[in-house]
Design a protein around this ligand. Sequence first.
Ligand SMILES: *Cc1c(COP(=O)(O)O)cnc(C)c1O
Length: 429
Amino acid sequence: MSEAHLPEKWESAVGFDPYRVRDDFPILKETFRRGKRGELIVPLVYLDNAATTQKPRQVIQALVDYYEHANANVHRAIHTLGDRATELYEESRRKLARFIGAASEREIVFTRGTTEAINLVAAAWGRKFLKPGDEILLTEMEHHSNLIPWQLLAKEKQLTLRFIPFAEDGTLVLDNLEDYFTPRTRLLAITHMSNVFGTINPIQQIVAVAHQHDVPVLVDGAQSVPHMPVNVQELDCDFFALSGHKMCGPTGIGALYAKEKWLEAMDPYHGGGEMIRSVWLDRATWNDIPYKFEAGTPNIAGAVGLAAAVDYLSHIGMENIARYEKLLTQYALEQLQTVGNVRIFGQAPERGGVISFYVGNIHPHDVAQFLDADGIAIRAGHHCAQPIMRKLGIPATSRASFYFYNTPQEVDRLVQSLIKMKEFFGDGF
Ligand SMILES: *Cc1c(COP(=O)(O)O)cnc(C)c1O
């Protein structure tokens, strides 16, 4: 696959042109100098999208436009710029609400990202509603973001953490799902898509069972919202966390979706300006939701950039993105087999574009370094999921993760580079 076009049989299925889309991302044209005297020029192949995604010109321009024409603080100003900034900020909330199928924009709290959204729930919901001896149900495949906040809370409130295990193929063991719920289970917190295995968990079915046990569900959507259509009302989850930077948006902005009844019932998270209604020296009352949870000056520019990202993704179509990434991932899984001696961690039938692997006996850090010499960016490490590595009995994996702007030719370059590495290491492989 050398020329820059899609395999014929993909074309009708894809619904957009990934090669044209690439023109929107200035950074994808980046090249690096390699060789002893810098005589080689290699183009970037960016396959670290599970860590963060690149930004299209439309998002970058929205940030520039905001700072050049609308910058002011939100909500409290009585002047035109303040109105502009507030309108843009609230427009972003409405767009994001629509994008993930929330019933109302009142259910969207802006945060720094997934991590802060989960910490918000642990602090504002967990402190209020959990008692010593209560149990929180998690899974063994959680990102540290959806583990450590619960560990901290468990220590503070003497809670017990329980875990749904994963099987060898990187899918959750769910045939006995009922059994994980006990009379003390108060919350299930679970990832929608694993950032290590690529597994897409059947959240809708899991939520239904949890709700039969009166257990609310928090979904870590950091890896799902960027890559597939998500509708929080269809999932019927109680909380949903996401990060803007993993869906073409800026860093430092993300959101917590929570059902209105929970936001009304929860105590505030951070204290400060904007989250209050009336303040005395010794007490205060709280602003309406979602403002009750947005203390201080928010990341206004970030929200504006996130809105541009939502527009951008909506224009391509999340169905199209999901279909294309499925084809690309399938192709990559097949092509990786041609290298020989590649172990792939995660064989779920329902999976996204994240491939964790181990090549021969070569440490993932060496793999990443070797690939970097060819301009290929992958990630090597524990991927913020040390318990997974521990259970697999390995220190780290190499991870290639795709987005809609990646192409089959880039997969080919990854595979060629791995084959070159195999020859380089020879018997040591
Ligand atoms: C990236 C990621 C997070 C953390 O997101 P931040 O943007 O760093 O807050 C949480 N969960 C999963 C599955 C992730 O991939």
